[in-house]
Design a protein. Sequence first.
Length: 135
Amino acid sequence: MELPTELKSIEGAQQLQQWFGYWPSFHDAEVLALHLNRSAPSTLAVHTWETTNQVDEKGYFVMERHVVVEFALKEVSELNVSGFNHQNVISSLTIDKLPEGFRLTLIDCYGLAGTIEASELSIRLIPGKPSDAHF
């Protein structure tokens, strides 16, 4: 599956697609941290995974390919977020290419929701389940 055209210019986007074999929707992912910085890149860390069709002994779907996706946002120009709390589960995360940069949109299930616009965006993968000590 080919990377969507609007994402091709984002450093790290191809690696994220390769991690899953498709572009993730971030459904039920959890926002771990949002760090805003006025003179350096701001970051958004999101833990996501792949939910399989297998069920474990407790009746829960088996989740694999855990990864923390760190979005680095240079020159944040617009920020409209609300609802941040002890658990920030999102329904989806989308990235739109704008004439002046990128917009990340977080649709909430519980907790953080909103939009962030920045002139540049890059993605870094941190494989595995998150450690709260790092976020």
